[in-house]
Unconditional design. Structure first.
Lengths: 315, 622
């Protein structure tokens, strides 16, 4: 087991390098002069040239990449000019909030999605199946940002059950119940699409498995229907559901951008959008690399979970 | 044509098509509709509510007519989304075809790059691209197209790899065609349908994604508006004037939903499995819907199958798999059921304990009596209690019939514990004992194996051990030795033979192999086209086959040391059970067939122990 984890960690290194190369190349396509963008159009040529030198922009592309990569490896992601603080400090502070939001949404979509899919398959063509299929269809078609806005309108403005936005109340908040209250709507709004996708896949995975010979064997042994469904079939279906959870985690993580804007959640997504609008490219670059790296690491966890579940995978 | 018919029989898909059609119609009609200018502001007329004079959907924060902005915005969103889908499909497919066609290093390098792109959480990559190019609708379009390229590249590459190895590509190469020509004239037409399907499933996402970027202020810039930026601008007035948000939001929802519905419909209509009903979930118990009265108990055997009829109802077609089959077996006796594949022998066996996949399987007549009680009328719980405990099955191909993710020991323990309140420790001890009884060496360590860690013969023994777990009275063995080599087969047959002598087991042994029948069975029934064509004691049947089919079937078995005798295959194919002839089902393949054979039903004639269904039997039966 340990050697398998190590192997997966080592195989992640080229992927992480690839990610840095892609981000670096995208940023290098920028039309115009980053120094001018930072200093504004009234900057003197001398100042522009000095900043270019300070930022290392006068060196060849390859050299610039390795300098940037080396700096990142030592924890130096550069300095955000719009916030005037180190990029990494800002990211770490923001990432916490994103992790709480995306993590909660991921748990919601996994649990609800699998549950809905299994029930749907168990009651195929019955009322529950039709109802779930219909709700799922709406869920995967509604834009999360629009759903979030409608939730605010209904639950915060009209019913006054939940706070409109933010992560903590401005006065007297800051504890866990306060966070939970603020978290409910954004987490659900973020989870809806992924829940639908997972429910659909779980349903078809269950139906696929239920036709297998080993299910007939279980029935021939005299195993009861409940255990056939939740013991034998679901266990086997999980093998094809888990990789999809990994993919959906990526959608949830990046989809938090929209939800963070709608609910004014102080996460990385909102930071990125602000940074793009302010043309603070170092912050964008650092944020994208950081989140992508976290996602790569998460996918390793998914692979390990998969290998624990399926003994046929050589560890 | 059937495709369109199938598509529109799906009511949801048809609904999607109608909604999408209406939206497209409205958008295309923009030039002729009496719309106000979408960009003319009138600050004295801000936030007019919907259904007002002159503004059907009201006005926005700058007093612009919402209906007009909605239609122009929809046109823009649809256009951008479709255009992005076209770009992604073109570039992605080109990359995929090149990777798949050239293979080798080209493929390796390209796919590595694609994998890298896919390592990003989706929107994040689009954000990075917009960050570099700067906010703007064109840049958002480029970003959305770019992040969707890997999806197309992967799909198309997969299909191209399969096609590139096919003969017609080799032929084109030999004919001296260049790479470009082969790709354009041979490969492209074959992958086009996949590209179209992939587009139909992704165009909705791409519309949603561009709307999302515009919503964030990174797409279309004022005063031009697509649906996303309309929603983004309306957000600040969400609480006071929600209609400005609801109008564009609902439109995005309608577009994406109708595209999804239509896409699902297209996919389903193209999936042959859905048409055959093969995606239905089999129930816990075969559906019993008897058209005829339940036959009275005739007191035969321990397990007594009487006039069984089992059919498969697929759409409007009816496959008559088992027709009026009667069989019985006594304690300590082995009954062989023999026939070609498709003769109905497995379905007969599975019908006994209600294990025929249902839907589509339905038992339409007869009775199955265990100690006189009709199992077809039994409720599920009483049937479940007999499954594995009184009547157990051994299946063919244990690699697919054992659960791949559970240790064999746990599967054995489960078989015991579903019927008896036994502690884990005792159940485990019993499992080891069972494995020993089927002569598996190192049983103590073997119970910790997964099925894939065992050999075929070992797995088959596990299957037998599982059937023996509760000391059943009857074992139904469905070709348990077919997947095995001859020596292992002989061992397993000997094992079964011992067990029935030691324990007084009744065995129904299903096979297509007369050699196996000769070794193990006391009596034999021969099945053809779902009907018993001949039955009798093994010696009678082997020495004096009466039905021409039995005789031909036996001629197919090569005899060891039999010299150069020709191996006689039976000409023709087994009958299609959805279209059985009124007379003898074997007549079309039979040398002795006359007109009389084809005319009407032929009865199974003879005694309870020896009977044949033929008007020109090879030998008169005693």
């Amino acid at each position: 087991m340990g050697s398998y984890i190590l192997k997966r960690l080592v195989s992640a290194i080229p992927v992480l390098l690839g990610i840095t190369v892609i981000v670096f190349l995208i940023m290098a396509m920028i039309p115009g002069d980053p120094a001018t963008a930072i200093l504004g159009s009234y900057a003197t040529p001398e100042n522009v040239e000095k900043l270019n030198r300070d930022l290392g922009l006068d060196k060849p592309l390859v050299v610039r990449y390795f300098i940037w990569l080396g700096n990142m490896l030592t924890g130096d992601f550069g300095r955000s000019f719009s916030l005037n603080r180190p990029v990494l400090d800002e990211i770490l502070e923001r990432f916490n909030a994103t992790l709480i939001l995306a993590g909660t949404a991921f748990v919601i979509c996994s649990v609800l999605g699998i549950l809905a899919g299994v029930i749907s398959a168990a009651k195929q063509y019955g009322f529950a199946d039709k109802a779930i299929t219909f709700v799922v269809l709406i869920g995967i078609s509604v834009p999360s940002f629009f759903l979030g806005m409608m939730m605010i309108l209904l639950f915060a403005v009209n019913l006054r059950w939940l706070p409109v936005s933010g992560m903590y109340a401005i006065y007297g908040g800051g504890d866990l119940p306060d966070l939970a209250k603020h978290l409910v709507m954004p987490a659900f709004a973020l989870a809806v699409v992924a829940t639908g996708v997972i429910a659909r896949l779980s349903r078809s995975a269950m139906l696929e498995v239920l036709r297998q010979d080993f299910i007939r064997t279980a029935r021939a042994k005299g195993v009861g229907e409940r255990k056939v469904l939740y013991g034998h079939a679901l266990r086997a279906a999980m093998v094809s559901i888990i990789p999809v959870l990994g993919i959906q985690a990526g959608f949830v993580l990046s989809g938090s951008v929209f939800i963070e804007i709608v609910f004014q959640w102080p996460g990385v997504g909102r930071m990125l959008v602000d940074a793009i609008l302010k043309r603070d490219l170092l912050l964008v670059q650092g944020g994208v690399v950081f989140v992508a790296a976290c996602y790569v690491f998460f996918n390793i966890c998914v692979d390990v979970a998969q290998s624990l579940l399926d003994p046929r995978i050589k560890t | 044509m059937t495709f369109l018919k199938l598509l529109f029989r799906n009511r949801l898909a048809a609904m999607g098509a109608v909604v999408l059609g209406l939206i497209l119609l409205l958008v295309l009609a923009i030039p002729v509709l009496p719309l106000q200018d979408p960009d003319v502001t009138n600050t004295g007329n801000r936030f007019v509510p919907p259904f007002s004079e002159g503004h059907l959907l009201g006005t926005d924060h700058l007093g612009r007519d919402l209906l007009s902005r909605l239609l122009y915005g929809t046109r823009l969103s649809l256009g951008v989304g479709i255009f992005a889908a076209l770009i992604a499909a073109t570039i992605g497919s080109a990359v995929g075809i090149i990777a798949g066609y050239f293979g080798g290093r080209t493929d390796n390098i390209i796919m590595r790059g694609i994998d890298m792109l896919m390592a990003f959480p989706y929107i994040l990559l689009a954000l990075a691209i917009v960050a570099a190019l700067g906010p703007g609708l064109l840049n958002a379009l480029i970003a959305v197209a770019a992040v969707n390229i890997p999806f197309f590249a992967r799909n198309i590459r997969g299909i191209t790899v399969g096609l590139a190895g096919r003969e017609f590509i080799d032929a084109a190469r030999l004919a001296g065609m260049g790479h470009t020509r082969i790709i354009l004239t041979e490969l492209l037409p074959n992958v086009l349908s996949t590209i179209v399907i992939a587009m139909s499933t992704t165009v909705g996402w791409m519309i949603l994604e561009t709307a999302g970027l515009s919503f964030l202020g990174l797409g279309s810039q004022p005063p031009q508006a697509d649906l996303g930026s309309m929603l983004g601008e309306a957000r600040s007035a969400l609480i006071t004037d929600p209609h400005t948000s609801i109008v564009p939001g609902v439109m995005i929802f309608l577009i994406v939903m109708s595209i999804n519905l239509l896409g699902d419909g297209v996919r389903d209509a193209l999936d042959p499995r859905l048409r055959s009903g093969a995606l239905s979930r089999p129930r816990a118990q075969t559906i019993v819907d008897r058209k005829s009265p339940v036959p009275a108990d005739d007191g035969n055997g321990l397990l007594n199958i009487q006039n069984l009829e089992t059919q498969f109802h697929v759409g409007k077609r009816i496959y008559r798999a088992v027709n009026d089959v009667s069989l019985f077996v006594n304690p300590g006796e082995c009954l062989g059921v023999i026939g070609e594949s498709g003769s109905g022998k497995s379905v007969t066996a599975l019908s006994v304990m209600g294990l025929v996949a249902s839907p589509p399987g339905v038992v339409t007549g007869g009775a199955v009596r265990y100690e006189g009680e009709d199992l077809l009328s039994a409720n599920f719980e009483s049937l479940r209690q007999k499954r594995g405990d009184k009547v157990a099955y051994i299946f063919q191909d244990p690699l697919s019939t054992l659960h791949p993710l559970y240790r064999v020991g746990d599967q054995l323990m489960e078989a015991i514990q579903v019927h008896h309140k036994v502690s884990d420790k005792d159940a485990r001890a019993k499992a080891v004992e069972l494995l020993k009884s089927v002569r598996i060496p190192n049983a103590e360590s073997r119970i910790r194996n997964y099925p894939h860690e065992m050999s075929g013969g070992m797995r088959q023994r596990v299957g037998i051990a599982m059937a023996l777990a509760n000391d059943p009275d009857v074992i139904i063995a469905d070709e348990p030795t077919t997947a095995l080599d001859v020596t292992v087969q002989a061992q397993i047959l000997a094992l079964l033979d011992d067990l029935r002598r030691e324990r007084g087991l009744a065995i129904i042994f299903i096979t297509h192999d007369f050699g196996v029948v000769a070794q193990l069975c006391d009596r034999v029934a021969v099945l053809y086209g779902g009907k018993i064509v001949e039955e009798g004691t093994t010696t009678d049947i082997l020495d004096h086959p009466a039905h021409p089919y039995t005789k031909r079937l036996m001629a197919c078995v090569p005899e060891l040391g039999g010299g150069k005798r020709e191996l006689a295959a039976i000409p023709g194919l087994p009958p299609i059970v959805s279209d059985l002839p009124p007379g003898c089902a074997f007549a079309p393949r039979c040398e002795k067939a006359t007109e009389a054979c084809k005319e009407g039903a032929i009865p199974l004639e003879g005694s309870e122990t020896r009977a044949v269904r033929c008007i020109h039997p090879e030998e008169e039966i005693a």
